[in-house]
Design a protein around this ligand. Sequence first.
Ligand code: NAP
Ligand code: G4F
Length: 347
Amino acid sequence: MGKKMKKVALIFGITGQDGSYLAELLLKKKYIIHGVKRRSSSANTDRIDHLFDSVNFSNKNFFIHYGDISDGTSTLNIINKIKPDEIYNLAAQSHVRVSFDVPEYTADITALGALRILESIKILNLRKTKYYQASSSEMYGLVGKRKSLNEKTPFHPRSVYGVSKVFAYHAAVHYREAYGIFASNGILFNHESPRRGPTFVTKKIVQGLVRIKKGLQKKLTLGNLYAIRDWGHAKDYAVSMWKILQHKKADDWVIATNKENTVKNFVNLTAKKLSLRIKWVGKGLNEKAINIETKKVIIDLDKKFLRPTEVDFLKGDFSKARKKLKWKPVITTNELIEDMIEEEILK
Ligand code: NAP
Ligand code: G4F
């Protein structure tokens, strides 16, 4: 019997939170991994430096290529060179608030970037290459009833980021229907980790409160405390991405925990774990949290962190993934917060 060939995966967005967890998972599964990294003037490989030789950009199963999904030629050339078994498109301008300030750029990367990859697979006639699209719960946007959202819930995006993700979602479905490409959407609800970017709310809260506890920062300033999110751990969600591409047919999948928390709850849970006793006072933009011991305001609000249109409620029903992919989240919200605090405290 000949030796089994290793599977080859190409990851766009390898330097991001999810890219790093997915790369770790696939290396454990003995894949050969190629990742695409943008040129930047400062280091952007912190999350994956432990996986490869950051000077020569390789280890024997892990290779990094310069590329950018705004550049159709380089995208096509990389896909042609590697002819991967699996392509994971995790690359995006992924910050919702930022998409209000840079809408055209967001659409170019988050919407058209996905199209460029799909079109490359089509042009190169890669019949065996499977495609994963990092779709988002942000696509649901304005929801009527506050009930768990599933694969059948209609989309009503509330930002250019959301609009772009809806485009990329439908592009994947379209290339599947029109050209028979194995293209699947993972509709992932918010997922966090110690590797989360510092301007997303969970990381901002954990980082801010740990620094306040250590005496390195006086105050944390936030926006809407009452948005509800379904927060999971990125490590669990990387497993779902892989499972989605191992399923017998291409399909669309909600990945979530089906648990809800407000931003304020997330603050309270984090403060409690840090033994910071806080009391909330005031209303609207004047709402503040006071440190009961020092009597000082440690959290206040600023309208600059509000969005012109907000997504008030996101909670996902992942029963299809549980049944057909045998996927479920393992890490609880409490454990997620502990993991994030632990890393922050060591800094
Ligand atoms: P992230 O940390 O912001 O990572 C985004 C990745 O995309 C980074 O590697 C970034 O590179 C790369 N990228 C940005 N513009 C690019 C371009 N023009 N060409 C090539 N690469 C580019 O996001 P994440 O949290 O890991 O999320 C991964 C994907 O899932 C994103 O598409 C996001 O929109 C989507 N998603 C995330 C969540 C969530 O809660 N985390 C939920 C649903 C969907 P740099 O490192 O150079 O910036
Ligand atoms: O952490 P956030 O910025 O995440 P958001 O907007 O839900 O988007 C994330 O999840 C999406 C999945 O649904 C992904 F597709 C997307 O790529 C990204 O990963 O904000 C969460 C909530 C929002 O309602 C926001 O208004 O927290 C609220 N919030 C309150 N204060 C804040 C802040 N958000 C940020 N970033 N910063 C604040 O100071």
